[in-house]
Write a protein that binds this ligand. Structure first.
Ligand SMILES: C=C(O[C@H]1C=CC=C(C(=O)O)[C@@H]1O)C(=O)O
Length: 436
């Protein structure tokens, strides 16, 4: 575990949250609190937003880098140590107020991508009619609270990425067909019941990527998804690994997908087909069980829907189930995310055998794709998505972006259909990088 404190001063975190509710009043001349993303600077913006609610952050009060099997526990420990010495004044007291860290973790335990936890200098949040501003300092003296109208006015408009060209990723699409074939063969041979196989593609932009460009487009086009940005990993995920709030947990489980046609009537027929597809229902059931089983030891009761609903996104339809539970003790949301990861929506069933199969046949280092991404508060509450419909911006070359998509494979899967599904899952990021 490594941590870096920009000021290298061993002062405690000094955290102050103030209400911005006056900004929500009609006639206010301040920055629009609906537009959290509009406040972000171009450099290293942090975001977790959905339908205008959520939190955004910027500046880096502190950063913790972790790796290996214990990456979640190490991040949690570092966070607890920071909090033990923090001086906090929180005038709002809602989930996401007070000290907050944004974080994202690698899918695999031996990934060089490890994980990162960033404590921003400034956080702005919104939840319904309530808005707030948090400042986090590591110095002995408190800085003045930034004037948000000023902050918003100072931000340059996001710069267009220019022309975008695409190249094959680690496994060319033609070869990925045989990766899926090998997955199906392993299932038929009884090695696993389900495995999720993913692929990547490279985008090269003519201008260095200003991540606010794709973020705004993702948030506008995929309002039901969680738009995130943490340390160069960006996306809009439809899948909530876990939200923990005041003793209640929720997880939105997705698995089972059909592409949209663009024609509403045809899509309704497709939704009905999806809801009755035994192949997709099987794929979904594995994912729901993996989440329900992982949550059960933490909960006094859980609610697992008998049948999934169909989630309509602009590019695809998914089978979806919202699993909820009442927590018995008070594990942090990060501990819950660690216990849930990797679910069968991104790994397979049984988990360990599917993970081994992925390492053996996928041919790609997933990095932080399909890992937990989200935020953590001081009381352990937080929200963690699975980093899907996502891309990673090369820290050495901001013109180079790696996009990811994966598909759940069961015995009845057909490689060509899975390749087409992976293309549909790349659409949100491709569109977000474009200028159309
Ligand atoms: C692995 C991905 O999607 C998962 C989530 C929803 C539906 C899925 C599916 O139907 O295969 C996948 O399990 C991805 O988008 O990269």
């Amino acid at each position: 575990m490594t941590s870096t404190m920009p000021d290298a001063v061993p002062h405690p975190l000094v955290v102050r949250t103030v209400a911005l509710d006056h900004l929500a009043r009609p006639g206010s001349t301040g920055p629009d609190p609906d537009d959290l993303l509009g406040l972000l600077p171009p450099d290293a913006p942090l975001a977790w937003v959905r339908r205008g609610d959520g939190i955004v952050g910027w500046g880096e009060a502190l950063r913790v880098e972790v790796s290996g099997r214990d990456r979640f526990a190490d991040a949690e420990q570092a966070w607890q140590e920071l909090l033990a010495h923090a001086i906090v004044r929180d005038e709002v007291d809602l989930p996401g107020t007070g000290p907050v860290a944004f974080a994202s973790f690698a899918f695999e335990e031996d990934s060089p991508a490890g994980g990162v936890l960033v404590v921003p200098r400034v956080v702005v949040g919104r939840r319904g009619a309530r808005s707030w501003l948090t400042t986090i300092d590591t110095g002995a003296t408190l800085r003045a609270t930034p004037d948000l109208a000023d902050v918003a006015a100072r931000q340059p408009e996001p710069v267009s990425p220019g022309a975008v060209s695409y190249a094959e990723g680690a496994v060319p699409s033609e070869d990925w067909l045989s990766v899926v074939e090998r997955g199906v063969a392993a299932i038929r041979a009884g090695e696993v019941e389900k495995v999720v196989l993913a692929r990547d593609v490279y985008a090269t932009t003519t201008e260095p990527l200003d991540v606010r460009w794709p973020l705004r487009r993702l948030a506008a086009r995929y309002p039901s998804c969680w738009t995130f940005s943490v340390d160069g990993l960006i996306g809009a995920t439809p899948e909530l690994l876990v939200r923990s709030e005041k003793g209640l947990v929720t997880s939105r489980v997705l698995a089972g997908t059909i592409r949209r046609t663009g024609d509403d009537d045809a899509d309704l027929a497709r939704a009905a087909t999806l809801a009755h597809s035994s192949k997709d229902l099987e794929e979904h059931e594995y994912a729901v069980s993996s989440v329900a089983d992982a949550l059960a030891p933490f909960c006094t009761s859980t609610n697992v829907p008998d049948v999934p609903f169909v989630l309509h996104l602009p590019n695809v339809l998914h089978l979806a189930s919202d699993v909820t539970g009442v927590l018995a003790a008070n594990p942090s949301s990060l501990a819950l995310a660690a216990a849930l990861h990797p679910t069968a929506a991104v790994c397979g069933t049984p988990t360990a055998a599917a993970a081994r199969l992925i390492s053996r046949i996928e041919g790609m280092e997933r990095g932080r794709y399909a890992g937990p991404v989200g935020w953590l508060g001081a009381d352990g509450d937080g929200e963690w998505g699975i980093a899907l419909r996502s891309a990673h911006v090369d820290p050495q070359d901001p013109r180079r972006v790696r996009l990811f998509a994966g598909c759940g494979i069961v015995a009845a899967s057909e490689p060509a259909a899975e390749l087409a599904e992976s293309e549909a899952k790349l659409v949100p990021m491709r569109d977000a990088l474009g200028t159309a």
